[in-house]
Design a protein around this ligand. Structure first.
Ligand SMILES: Cc1ncc(COP(=O)(O)O)c(C=O)c1O
Length: 433
């Protein structure tokens, strides 16, 4: 969908002072198509030309309680009068830490400002705690924009080599080659390869970091027992198990993936839904490991960590989540998934619908179940992206990138689901026939 005149004029202004007119590469959709937002309201997003979209991107996931949620803006407004940054602990911060621990079952937490910072923090703690330096990550998993994990996030296939021994590929230029020496990357959901790599490398392995479901690959789910197997190997070989809950946390269950999949991390990373879109993140875990953070031991800090605005937003968001708001998210997602199935079954085109209802994904593929990145990579992404384009024109906005699942908020209504499914049926007819 081409942008309207107001979006286009603002985009042209932006492109003069910001590369590609955006502040994140993922937001650039082409010179003629990059929209500029006017506002968000509940489940809706309005662009500068007053086109309304049912928003299933939700800013790449965080806005699980809907845009401009009253209870959150009110608590933030109240907090604003006390000032924001003090480089001192504030009461909101303590309250949020208590709520995170209660909801997720972790013992202690430290705050950060983004998911990227939270995974960086967890990795540093794991390295310090174990005295080892390597990390094992899975192909297709994304853990933020730092150089430590920007390897094999979505490598070209073919190009990334044999799946039993993938070639490490950095995500673009500027990432020091030497950091690749500290990364082992293997396919998700393959117990045999996992065991082999752990047995070969455990003396150097500080952490296994996992997206508990591949939320950056259309929500590929872990096979039953896979996360338990990682837990077992980590216990056996003294490796820190880091669960990156940046997408799943406070979305797929109150206690995130740890609750949903009944698995316990040593360290878990949170961001996105924690602040319903306000910039706040955290990492935390067992007291035994987290209590090692401190002066002359393990470094952690940041001028803005625990700032009042972010903490007030998280405080209000966690109250709403604790009160059961995610039930609505789940119910809406289930409606969409059932509706997609009805529409797609009529086409005869092979597809998979996967993921939890709070962040479901669709892949056009011959696989019966996608279990790893390479399954997603072999899918038909053009068809998916053309359907999304057709949805945009009908006022429904999931992300165009076929790696992104649809993100649901508690502000999405049954009426929105009807609208979105009618649009989906029309879009599928237009693209597939
Ligand atoms: C699983 C996961 N981890 C980490 C990050 C990085 O978070 P942020 O963009 O807040 O730095 C993301 C972002 O999408 C993510 O999906």
């Amino acid at each position: 969908m081409n942008s309207g005149p107001k979006s286009r004029a603002l985009f042209n202004r932006a492109a003069k002072v910001m590369p590609r007119g955006v502040t994140s590469n993922f937001r650039y959709w082409g010179d003629d198509a990059t929209l500029v937002v006017k506002k968000g309201e509940g489940a809706y997003l309005y662009d500068q030309d007053d086109n309304r979209f049912i928003d299933y991107r939700l800013g790449f996931g965080p806005v699980v309680l809907g845009h401009a949620r009253k209870e959150i803006t009110e608590r933030v407004s109240q907090a604003l009068s006390m000032g924001n940054t003090f480089a001192m602990t504030n009461e909101y911060e303590i309250s949020v830490a208590e709520k995170i621990c209660k909801l997720t079952g972790i013992d202690m937490v430290r705050f950060a400002n983004s998911g990227t910072e939270s995974t960086m923090g967890a990795i540093r703690v794991a390295r310090a705690y174990t005295g080892r330096e390597k990390i094992l990550k899975f192909e297709g998993a994304y853990h933020g924009f730092h150089d430590y994990t920007l390897w094999n996030c979505y490598p070209p296939i073919p190009g990334a080599g044999y799946r039993r021994n993938p070639i490490l590929i950095p995500q673009g230029s500027g990432i020091p080659r030497c950091l690749g020496d500290l990364v082992i990357s293997i396919p998700f959901n393959d117990v045999e390869i996992l065991e082999r790599k752990v047995k070969e490398n455990w003396q150097d392995l500080a952490a296994i970091i996992v997206e508990p479901l591949l939320g950056n690959q259309a929500s590929i789910m872990p096979l039953p027992g896979f996360l338990d197997h990682i837990r077992k190997l980590c216990d056996e070989y003294g490796i820190v198990f880091i669960i990156d809950e940046v997408k799943t946390g406070f979305r797929i269950a109150k206690g995130g993936a740890q609750e949903y999949f009944k698995v316990k991390a040593d360290l878990a990373c949170y961001a996105k839904c924690l602040g319903n879109g306000f910039p706040v993140a955290a990492f935390g875990g067992t007291k035994k490991i987290m209590d090692e953070i401190g002066p002359l031991k393990i470094a952690h800090g940041g001028t803005y960590t625990g700032n009042v605005v972010a903490m007030a937003a998280a405080d209000a968001a966690l109250d709403l989540i604790a009160a059961g708001e995610l039930d609505k998210v789940d119910a809406h997602g289930k409606l969409l998934m059932a509706g997609w199935k009805q529409v797609l079954d009529k086409t005869g085109v092979p597809y998979v619908i996967q993921g939890p209802a709070a962040m479901p994904g669709i892949v056009f593929t011959n696989e019966k179940v996608c279990t790893e990145y390479r399954h997603w990579a072999a899918g038909d992404h053009d068809t998916y992206e053309n359907i999304i384009e057709a949805l945009f024109r009908r006022g429904v906005m999931p992300d165009k990138d076929s790696r992104e699942p649809w993100f649901i908020s508690s502000a999405h209504t049954d009426k929105d689901a009807d609208f979105a499914l009618t649009a989906f049926e029309e879009a599928v007819k237009e693209v597939i026939g």
